[in-house]
Design a protein around this ligand. Structure first.
Ligand code: ZN
Length: 230
């Protein structure tokens, strides 16, 4: 059952004027303001649900946004954005950026189709963290406490994504002079992807008893229309 307060919060965040300026492509993943407005529409008509839960399953800890171990997550199996309370994101800018992070995952699900092989988790999370960085620059530039919370880890996903969005804004005149989709080159996203790989443990580790390789983990999205519901 979708939570009407969270629906209101999420849709108002997705409809902030700054969100409409977002337009980038990261390793084949397209993130745009238009697509966020479609996510908002899907939330409003119930194809994507918003729910408050008292606890999260730890097995999906690696799908959470940085520093939000129990804050929020998007579950593609049930097309649901879960939040730790029904007031999540209603006033705190950091939480609002996390709502946008989860809405980015929801976007990839909304634009996926049945039989899609999935998205590399490292690209999925990098794109979602970069969306958070856009939120702070375009929608909450004066929220220094929240920006600090997002970026305090040196060379972490927050800091590297803010540096990347600053470069993108310098290149495009704050997304005003050039409104084309910003197609990120692999060299531009290398630092962010490295930070994300560390944060979400999406790495290949060689140990004495063998190799643990999480670098190729896929996040599976199969669309929200329900054509191949499990
Ligand atoms: Zn995520």
């Amino acid at each position: 059952m979708t939570n009407s307060k969270l629906v209101q919060t999420a849709t108002s965040i997705l409809r902030k004027p700054g969100i409409s300026k977002i337009a980038y492509e990261l390793n084949g993943l397209l993130v745009t303001g238009t697509r966020y407005s479609m996510v908002a529409a899907a939330i409003l008509d119930g194809r994507i649900s918003c729910e408050a839960v008292s606890s999260f399953s730890t097995s999906k800890a690696d799908s959470l946004a940085p520093l939000t171990k129990i804050g929020a997550k998007y579950d593609p199996d049930t097309n649901t954005m879960f939040f730790s309370s029904e007031s999540y994101g209603s006033s705190n800018a950091y939480e609002q950026s996390v709502v946008l992070h989860e809405a980015t995952h929801a976007m990839f699900d909304l634009y996926a189709s049945c039989g899609d092989p999935g998205v590399l988790a490292i690209n999925d999370e990098s794109a979602a963290v970069l969306a958070q960085a856009h939120f702070f620059r375009l929608c909450a530039p004066n929220e220094s406490m929240s920006i600090h919370r997002f970026s305090m880890q040196i060379d972490g996903p927050g800091e590297t994504s803010l540096a990347l969005v600053d470069k993108m804004m310098a290149d495009t005149g704050d997304f005003v002079r050039n409104t084309d989709v910003y197609r990120l080159k692999p060299t531009q996203t290398e630092k962010l992807r490295t930070a994300v790989a560390q944060e979400w443990n999406l790495v290949r580790i060689v140990e004495s008893d063998g190799v643990r390789d999480r670098s190729g983990i896929l996040d599976v999205y199969d669309g929200v229309s329900g054509c191949c519901r499990r």
